[in-house]
Ligand binder design. Structure first.
Ligand code: ZN
Length: 155
């Protein structure tokens, strides 16, 4: 039997139901409030008017629907057609795959406390990216290329 989607207006619940195709368009009792729920056509799903734009899914697992996709948080700001869980922010541009893997290695080294800057101050995993962009990452024990005069100038 095919799976169909239904929307219960009184409790703003969306649920799925396995039904014979010939009964698909008949209302189904809502599993939560037992009111009759009508079928949602797949094509009308995103155009459907929900409570605050976010119906709940039954069984209620605390998620919301956003533009036909399940998300764990309601959109509280920003543009209505952008949700961080759907329109995932792209990684910062400008890094090659090689650089990204180098940064990953550096973070691992930093987590062990083996990364320092030119002044021999430890670099934490969270500081690796910034330090890398300043070209100021040195693995502990590797001699700095800076001469003592340069170090005095930078300090
Ligand atoms: Zn209901």
């Amino acid at each position: 039997m095919p799976l169909y989607e239904y929307y219960c207006q009184p409790c703003h619940g969306v649920f799925e139901e396995l039904r014979p195709m010939r009964e698909a368009s008949e209302p189904v009792p809502c599993p939560d409030c037992y009111e009759e729920a009508g079928r949602i056509m797949p094509t009308s799903f995103s155009a459907f008017t929900f409570r605050d734009g976010y119906p709940r899914k039954i069984p209620d697992d605390g998620t919301y629907w956003h533009l036909g996709k399940k998300v764990s948080k309601r959109l509280t700001g920003g543009r209505p057609n952008e949700h961080p869980e759907i329109n995932k922010p792209k990684p910062k541009p400008g890094l090659t795959r090689g650089e990204r893997s180098a940064l990953t290695d550096m973070r691992e080294t930093a987590a062990k406390g083996d990364l320092v800057d030119m002044f021999n101050n430890p670099i934490g995993p969270g500081e690796v990216r910034a330090a890398y962009e300043r070209r100021d990452v040195i693995k502990k024990g590797v001699p700095s290329r800076l001469t003592p005069e340069m170090k005095r100038k930078f300090r």
